[in-house]
Design a binder for this molecule. Structure first.
Ligand SMILES: [Mg+2]
Length: 176
């Protein structure tokens, strides 16, 4: 059995979009604020909770899941990895990104969500799929058998969501 694949978004998942680090979710001293270069040479602000980053590093190190970026950052995600001291995960192949209606408000987008077909292909390949994306709920993303978690974009992943992921990964663990 192949190990699960975890599709990981950045903004609203590991980068909490609240104006200030949301200390109601993780203690105030657990937040890292930095920046990473994105498209157009923009230094984009990042605020990430250490326990979330530690959890991701542990999942990667132990091989409990294979992590892929699935994010509008595309190849700039490598800059986020560097800024937050995360492994340089590959970006999920997603040709639909090129034709995505960027800048169109989500509710008015005529096209299906560009992230969905690539995620569906992972599930169709028979891999157990975990997908964390703050837009998943709003976009009505549903994939049979997958665990899809849509954090509040203001906070990113919460302690209870990490526990849920931990339990889900445990249930799909392979003996090594
Ligand atoms: Mg997002």
């Amino acid at each position: 059995m192949a190990i699960p694949m975890w599709l990981l978004d950045i903004d609203g998942v590991i980068n909490a979009l609240a104006d200030e680090p949301p200390a109601s979710v993780w203690p105030a001293d657990q937040w890292i604020t930095t920046t990473a270069r994105s498209a157009g040479d923009l230094e984009w602000p990042l605020q990430a909770a250490r326990p979330v980053l530690d959890f991701l590093r542990e999942v990667h190190r132990s091989g409990r899941a294979e992590i892929r970026w699935h994010t509008g950052w595309q190849h700039y995600a490598g800059n986020v990895s560097a800024a937050l001291d995360l492994p340089a995960w590959p970006i999920l192949d997603c040709p639909e990104y090129a034709s995505a209606p960027l800048g169109v408000p989500l509710t008015e987008a005529a096209e299906p969500w560009w992230k969905l077909p690539a995620a569906q292909r992972v599930a169709d390949s028979g891999r157990a799929l975990l997908w964390t994306d703050d837009d998943a709920l709003r976009q009505g993303a549903a994939i049979e058998g997958a665990l899809i978690i849509a954090p509040d974009e203001e906070t990113g992943l919460t302690p209870s969501q990490l526990r849920l992921i931990d339990t889900w990964l445990n249930a799909r663990g392979i003996a090594i």
